[in-house]
Design a protein around this ligand. Structure first.
Ligand SMILES: *[C@@H]1O[C@H](CO)[C@@H](O)[C@H](O)[C@H]1NC(C)=O
Ligand SMILES: *[C@@H]1O[C@H](CO)[C@@H](O)[C@H](O)[C@H]1NC(C)=O
Length: 384
């Protein structure tokens, strides 16, 4: 064999190794999934590389990628789309064009389905454009969503948009699910807000910062749509660009002794059903120094980690819909929240997707995205 052939062979083998992702048998479109996983891997690797070269911050590459997917507010035959501000926070409002006899329901969201939901549910949809890391850290994101929601939940504003004050829901996916859960908890205890939410829907939400070694983190640690290393990076960037927090979180050594009472709220040994605990042994996370928590108290704040609220704060929450995916490091965050809400007497519908993976709803063109969207919007249609 000539040198060229050997080189070609080598490139082929390395290429196949790079593209190859072990995929569960239950996935209905394995090749499509593998192709998408390769794209994610490539963007992540480029971001890491650009950061190491000092060209750009890791999170900025992600933002660049996101903004390349963004579309300007465009109205169509069914829906009028406009941008405005609620309490100085930029929001996008989707209003169905068809005539409505009655007041409409409203859906306050931080996810991707705005246009189709406005049309299918005949609802006014508000999508908040909260400010992002690495430039802005917690609690800016929380406050943006909270302030705009509070602005919306006023009689005069609802009248302006023709919205029924008894039919307002909130929702979000992933980081958006975190924000939706966090503001729902705050709004029920806010004496200034008289109009309450009817539903909250949390799509594979991130809900806790304490235990990065849950069974779902262990099982999906290298799963391509959201590996543990990326999730830990996202969490730590929410609070600071200081990478020492990331490192401590990765090894579960970030929670100070004085906060150990919080471990009961993320105790998977008591909060997960048996089938999700199989093959795992519970060890309480180890303690870290109190220095990180003093510098970045956000990571033990319930507005960042809604699973850390005690039962009294969960008690009055609205009807809840939670989607979790089997192949997702965040799976157990969602399942534990379902358990905690049920224990606190909140009505919950839990939709666990056996062949689901993190982000599944936003991968357009995938059969699984349409299936989940359909289940989700049917639930909203019936319950909001
Ligand atoms: C408008 O709504 C109709 C009926 O739901 C649908 O068939 C059509 O595709 C929609 N148009 C756009 C641009 O989405
Ligand atoms: C977690 O739950 C298990 C089983 O219910 C219990 O034995 C353990 O003490 C709990 N640990 C913490 C830190 O709450």
């Amino acid at each position: 064999m000539g040198t060229k052939t050997v080189l070609l062979l080598l490139v082929g083998v390395l290429g196949a190794y790079y593209v190859y992702t072990p995929i569960p048998d239950s996935f209905e479109e394995p090749w499509r999934f593998m192709w998408m996983a390769t794209q994610i891997k490539t963007v992540t690797n480029l971001a890491v590389f650009a950061e190491q070269l000092g060209i750009s911050h890791f999170m900025d590459i992600g933002m660049l990628y996101m903004s390349s997917q963004e579309v300007p507010p465009t109205s169509d035959e069914n829906v009028t789309v406009m941008e405005t501000t609620f309490n100085n926070v930029l929001v996008r409002v989707y209003i169905p064009n068809r005539k409505s006899e009655a007041l409409r329901r409203a859906w306050f969201n931080t996810d991707i389905l705005s246009r189709r939901t406005a049309n299918r549910l005949d609802a006014v949809v508000i999508s908040t454009n909260y400010r992002l890391a690495p430039k802005y850290h917690f609690p800016i994101q929380f406050e943006d969503v909270y302030n705009s929601l509070k602005w919306f939940l006023r009689q005069d504003i609802l009248e302006k948009y023709g919205v029924d004050p008894k039919r307002i829901g909130i929702s979000g996916d992933s980081a958006g699910g975190n924000l939706a859960a966090a503001v729902s908890q705050q709004v029920i205890n806010d004496p200034d807000v008289k109009i309450k939410l009817k539903t909250q829907s949390l799509i594979y939400p991130a809900l806790q910062t304490l235990d990065m070694n849950l069974p779902s983190f262990q099982e999906n640690s290298h799963f391509p749509t959201l590996p543990k290393s990326l999730m830990v990076r996202f969490w730590s960037e929410y609070f600071t660009t200081d990478r020492t927090l990331e490192e401590a979180m990765f090894f579960n050594q970030h929670v100070p002794e004085k906060s150990s009472h919080l471990f009961q709220f993320v105790n998977w040994s008591s909060l997960l059903p048996e089938n999700f605990k199989k093959g795992h042994f519970y060890n309480s996370p180890t303690h870290g120094s109190s220095e990180l928590a003093n510098k970045y108290p956000g990571f033990i704040d319930v507005r960042a980690a809604p699973l850390l609220s005690d039962d009294s704060k969960l008690h009055g929450l609205p009807l809840t819909y939670v989607i979790t995916c089997q192949y997702d490091v965040l799976r157990d965050d969602g399942i534990m929240y379902v358990s905690r809400l049920q224990n606190a007497g909140v009505r919950v519908t839990h939709n666990h997707i056996e062949d689901g993976f993190h982000g599944a709803l936003s991968y357009y063109g995938f059969k699984i995205a349409y299936r989940i969207e359909d289940q989700y919007l049917s639930w909203l249609s019936k319950n909001l």
